[in-house]
Ligand binder design. Structure first.
Ligand SMILES: Cc1cc2nc3c(=O)[nH]c(=O)nc-3n(C[C@H](O)[C@H](O)[C@H](O)COP(=O)(O)O)c2cc1C
Length: 169
């Protein structure tokens, strides 16, 4: 299978998942890895992003707008890990942000750790009574996110890559 992995990662979570996909498919031909779209045809194009406002980052939005008539596999990492329905919603939104002439073959979303600056912001929110309850919940989520992507996420990313291979290889 000939493929490319085009992704945007600010703090490394999405890049980590991109690396796992590439390692899982190491017997196959990866023609582009990073922020450049491949110059040649591929059997499948992986498009990955950190989750921004529930969808692709602005950088990825500009990239995906140029993708046409392609089999696409979508992946993302996001700061919240509430449940599968939340991940599903993000995956659906990524699909909606793609030009309509593409075909989504699979998608994968998992939680990623949040930058430390966010914790400082939450801690400041603790000091005001009206934002205290929300701050406590955000801090709980921050702590939960800290270990992600974890081993279970990595296994799911591998399974995702193999699922794509079985469809496009
Ligand atoms: C400006 C900004 C907006 C974000 N918006 C969301 C969001 O809407 N939903 C979400 O679950 N996480 C959101 N996050 C969290 C990131 O998507 C998450 O930490 C991601 O794993 C970062 O990936 P990266 O390490 O590849 O950059 C946001 C983070 C930032 C900095």
């Amino acid at each position: 299978m000939k493929y490319a992995i085009v992704f945007d990662s600010k703090t490394g979570n999405t890049a980590h998942i991109a690396g796992i996909i590439r390692d899982t498919l190491k017997q196959h031909r990866c023609v582009a890895f990073g922020q450049e779209l491949p110059k040649e045809e591929v059997d499948v194009l992986f498009l990955g992003s950190w989750c921004d406002k529930g969808g692709f980052s602005e950088t990825m939005q500009m990239i995906v707008a140029q993708v046409h008539q392609q089999r696409v596999a979508l992946f993302a990492t996001c700061g919240f890990g509430m449940d599968a329905a939340y991940f599903r919603k993000i995956a659906d939104h990524l699909g909606e942000q793609l030009p309509k002439d593409n075909t989504v073959v699979a998608s994968f979303v998992c939680q990623g750790k949040l930058p430390q600056g966010v914790l400082h912001r939450y801690e400041a929110m603790l000091e005001k009574e009206e934002t205290q309850a929300a701050a406590k919940q955000m801090i709980r989520n921050y702590e939960q996110a800290r270990t992600h992507p974890d081993e279970a996420d990595e296994k799911q990313a591998e399974a995702f890559a193999l699922r794509v291979l079985s469809q496009c290889g």
